[in-house]
Design a binder for this molecule. Structure first.
Ligand SMILES: Cc1ncc(COP(=O)(O)O)c(C=O)c1O
Length: 415
């Protein structure tokens, strides 16, 4: 009898894995999805950067989807091509063209499997083994992971409350070039950055564009959260400041509508779009969902939905800030973002991070620790709280638990 396990026993499998997997890339995602021991108290989760579940536009999407299937069902259920539905790309060209003051067409866009798919596409198109990609430190691990998956090295550049620090960016690029390295890409999230909530100032945007253009480094600008704005004015994108050259702009309907849609896009110079299409072998994203999204956005539902959800998120942010002021001021400091999904806490010197993690687990509040967003194992003294998903009525209790955990961790730190 032929045994089918053959090469695929555990120890054999290890030898068959690609260098990407053996290099440990992607370990963050795997570690995050492994089941752990159940906590003693059901935790209130301040972890996921996902939309408020009660505001998901289920009814509207059911109706949009039915209209699409009734009107153009056969087209919606066929392969739609790598570049994506032209109607949706036309809509994006008009919307983003008006917003950014640019002349765009459907050919300035390609539709992707969310920003995550866009990042894979951009990295596979531009990065080779041994190249260097830069990312903010801290950063969203999906960007760094996509770069590492191309066997590139990712180097972190520090950011402060005004965004990535241009002098540090310039020094890092010069140092790496001096070592004979090829620095190809900067991955940055200028609006309501994940995890820090930071928005890059206009001066910083101009300086970052100048540094990257001087050194021939392509900017991959992630704008997952730009439309989740409750206050203040939107600043021009790096893409617009760069005149649409040497930069790609990545957008998504995940945070504004629903993460389950998996519809995002790349906006870039037409020549770059053509290059991006040369590394796409996935036969595109779902034509049905792209058309459903178009039906939703082009009938004015997105505008309406955004006005509603931004009010919900503003109220949750304020509830979390008020509870933090009341319960946690002695043990941590934080900023006040004008939008997005996150608050970023810097722990006081007295707080012992491992003791905090243990106490938070026992008392029933879950957050994401800073190291998950650092490439170098740093970030021990910071935590990310998401206010987007938790129910507003649970926020005071969640922060009460966090305050108690901080107090315990400070007491144990002082021992
Ligand atoms: C900064 C950032 N970019 C991209 C994504 C993923 O977006 P998408 O669902 O469009 O792949 C996330 C999700 O958390 C994010 O925080």
């Amino acid at each position: 009898m032929v045994t089918s396990a053959g090469n695929w026993e555990a120890e054999q499998l290890e030898k068959s894995l690609s260098r990407r997997v053996r290099g440990g890339f992607g370990a963050y995602w795997v570690a995050g999805s492994r089941p752990q021991e159940p906590p003693p108290v059901p935790p209130i989760a301040l972890t996921g950067g996902i939309p408020d579940a009660d505001t998901l536009p289920i009814q509207e999407l059911m109706e949009a989807s039915s209209s699409v299937l009734r009107r153009e069902g056969q087209d919606a259920l066929r392969y739609g091509g790598h570049q994506g539905h032209v109607g949706l790309r036309d809509w994006l060209a008009q919307e983003l063209g008006r917003r950014e003051g640019l002349s765009l067409t459907a050919d300035s866009f390609t539709i992707t499997n969310g920003i995550s798919g866009a990042l894979v596409n951009v990295c596979e198109t531009f990065l080779d083994e041994g190249d260097v990609g830069l990312a903010e430190s801290p950063t969203f691990p999906g960007g760094a992971g996509a770069m590492q998956n191309c066997l590139s090295q990712v180097v972190g550049v520090p950011l402060d409350e005004d965004g990535i620090i241009p002098e540090a960016l310039s020094e890092t690029i010069e140092r790496l070039k001096g070592e004979g390295r090829r620095v190809k890409l900067l991955y940055t999230t200028p609006n309501f950055q994940n995890p820090t909530g930071t928005t890059m100032t206009l001066e910083r945007r101009q300086a970052v564009v100048e540094v990257c253009q001087r050194h021939g480094v392509l900017i991959a600008e992630d704008d997952a959260y730009g439309d989740i704005r409750f206050e203040g004015e939107r600043l021009p994108s790096l893409f617009a400041l760069a005149g649409g050259k040497g930069a790609v702009y990545l957008g998504t309907f995940s945070k504004t509508m629903a993460t389950g849609l998996r519809v995002g896009w790349v906006l870039a110079d037409e020549l770059v779009i053509e290059a991006l299409l040369r590394t796409r072998f996935d036969l595109g994203t779902s034509p049905w969902l792209q058309r459903t999204v178009l039906e939703f956005v082009s009938t004015g539902l997105l505008e309406h939905h955004l006005a509603k959800v931004n009010e919900v998120y503003r109220s949750k942010r304020d509830a979390m800030l008020a509870a933090l002021d009341e319960r946690c001021g002695r043990y941590a400091s934080w900023g006040r973002p004008e939008g997005g999904y996150f608050l970023w806490l810097t722990l006081a010197e007295t707080v012992e991070p491992a003791a905090l993690a243990e106490a938070a687990r026992r008392l029933g509040v879950a957050y994401v620790g800073g190291p998950a967003f650092h490439l170098d194992g740093g970030g021990q003294r910071s935590i990310r709280l998401a206010y987007s998903f938790v129910r507003e009525q649970e926020i005071p209790e969640a922060i009460l638990r966090l305050g108690r955990a901080l107090e315990e961790a400070a007491r144990s730190g002082a021992k």
